[in-house]
Design a protein around this ligand. Structure first.
Ligand code: SIN
Length: 516
């Protein structure tokens, strides 16, 4: 048994900023991650950059761009908070405190563009922005005297008054969370971490899909934790597909991202016959909002009976290209494509979860003592389709506001009721079944709950997923815990939550595109 002021689940940017902010305020923090290194989550894979401010930029212009990209479904107070507090925190934290060396041209930040931005306002560290940011933030996290880090620790379930308290009358109280049941992957023990406040920062859901830009740990754990506990989640139907993930016929699963900032710097999408096509679909052409570009590519694939389209940036100066996009250059070169000489094969892939655990401006959920930050939260900023390079900014802003709020708000944070003991089971999970079940989830979600949806496809998906869930839950109840069985259980739970949301959401909007 362990007790802490604040438990943070997840070590991406949002979780780290929340932990550091609360620790600065004097709270004792325990931060856990299921991975065996703290350098985990999607932060490090964010190539493009982070919104700061452009020449003649204003918060109003940013708000307008976010709202248009979000298909009018954004929550204005959240967008305003992002647009006003965001650039200030980039300066105070990322530039001044963590000393991140964003690229400059003659002492001015090198501003880049991405889809649906009306001007250049994104700062970057070549094409490795997220990695540079995360590494810098982790230096502070790992040396902070108030922070304890536990890698290889998997949050099994949130501890809630309604599900875990032995005091039966706790069911009448306002729903609240008082920590989590945690599985220690290395020694196989399961134990509670009691916490005054709990902050869920577990990242996205990309691994529910056959093709994704997300790391392998993005299995929808936070959505499953919150859904099982009964925490309010919404906008789950809005899964954003990135238009340009690297295509190779030999590869499925996590696909390497080809940053949208490449199109911001002039790259052009062409079909297998070398024909440019985006102007046909949207007045902003190659820099249209992401949902539009991803669907246009899919349409071209159907029309031309092709497996991929291509991104062409060969018209740029070779040395400039290698220096501006070193990571993309290297990855492509190692797989046989010289991007200075030939176009890059690309396809859309699941990229970002615009919905999630509903939160207010301080990251508070519908449960007392429970916060959510980063990709797994739904602040309302992204609406139905996220504007590029808002995710790191949102992680920074809500990590900060949640960290501050969690270190001051009270809400009976010292109430820790007695709980039932955890009972270990001992049946060994069958790895073949687990592999096959994941394959069913990924194919079902990709084909039926993907870029183009229909009510028939969604109904088929929910039936298959429910059958799978029944089998898996039976098995879970007898199984010796392992990360694989926990991820599978979470993956199915999240896939069902997303599919149900897609079925109930009748309006075709942004990333939720229903054909009939
Ligand atoms: C990209 O560089 O294209 C990804 C950045 C983002 O998703 O905001």
């Amino acid at each position: 048994m362990l007790k802490t002021d604040i438990l943070v689940i997840g070590t991406g940017l949002a979780g780290c900023i929340a932990a550091i902010t609360s620790a600065d305020a004097g709270k004792k923090i325990t931060i856990i991650t299921k991975t065996n290194t703290i350098l985990s989550g999607s932060t490090a894979a964010a190539q493009g950059g982070i919104i700061y401010k452009g020449i003649s930029d204003t918060p109003e212009k940013l708000i307008e761009d976010i709202t248009i990209a979000g298909a009018g479904h954004c929550w204005n107070p959240a967008v305003e908070q992002l647009a006003t507090l965001g650039p200030k925190l980039v300066k105070d934290l990322l530039i001044d405190r963590f000393k991140i060396d964003f690229d400059k041209n003659y002492n001015e930040f090198d501003l880049t563009a991405e889809g649906a931005h009306s001007l250049r306002r994104i700062i970057h560290c070549k094409d490795l922005t997220g990695k540079y940011i995360q590494e810098a933030v982790l230096k502070t996290l790992t040396t902070h005297p108030n922070i304890t880090i536990l890698t290889n620790h998997f949050a099994v379930d949130l501890l809630t008054l309604s599900h875990h308290s032995k005091n039966s009358v706790d069911i009448y109280k306002h729903p609240a969370c008082f920590g989590a049941i945690v599985f220690d992957i290395l020694n196989g023990s399961t134990f509670p971490i009691f916490a005054g406040k709990t902050i869920v920062a577990t990242g996205g859901v990309g691994q529910l899909y056959l093709h994704t830009t997300n790391p392998i740990e993005a299995t929808g754990d936070g959505l499953a934790l919150a859904s099982r506990a009964g925490v309010r989640c919404f906008n789950l139907e809005y899964i954003q597909f990135h238009p340009t993930a690297f295509y190779s016929e030999h590869h499925t699963g996590t696909r390497f991202l080809i940053s949208e900032s490449m199109r911001g710097e002039g790259a052009i999408l062409i079909d297998k016959n070398g024909k440019e096509f985006m102007n046909r679909f949207h007045p902003q052409g190659n820099l249209a909002p992401r949902d539009v570009v991803a669907r246009s590519i899919q349409t071209i694939l159907f029309e031309t009976n092709a497996t991929c389209v291509y991104l062409d940036i060969t018209h740029k100066n070779n040395e400039w290209l290698k220096n501006r996009f070193p990571e993309i250059f290297k990855y492509c070169f190692d797989t046989g494509i010289d991007i200075t000489q030939e176009p890059i094969p690309v396809i859309p892939a699941a990229h970002y979860f615009c919905g999630g655990v509903g939160v207010n401006l301080n990251g508070r959920t519908s449960f007392q003592r429970l916060y959510a930050v980063g990709e797994i939260s739904c602040t309302g900023v992204h609406g139905a389709n996220r504007l590029a390079s808002t995710s790191l900014l949102e992680a920074l802003v809500w990590g900060y506001t949640a960290g501050k709020d969690a270190s001051i708000s009270k809400e009976n944070e010292n109430y820790f009721p007695p709980i039932y003991d955890w009972v270990d089971e001992n049946e060994t999970p069958d790895s073949v079944l687990i592999f096959q079940d994941w394959s069913s989830i990924k194919n079902t979600m990709w084909n039926y709950v993907g870029l183009f949806r229909s009510s028939i496809r969604l109904q088929r998906a929910i039936k298959m997923l429910r059958d799978l869930q029944m089998e898996t839950e039976k098995f879970y109840k007898r199984a010796k815990l392992s990360p694989e069985i926990l991820e599978l259980r979470n993956g199915i739970k999240s896939a069902i939550a997303i599919t149900n949301a897609a079925i109930s959401s009748r309006i075709c909007r942004g990333a939720h595109y229903i054909e009939n």
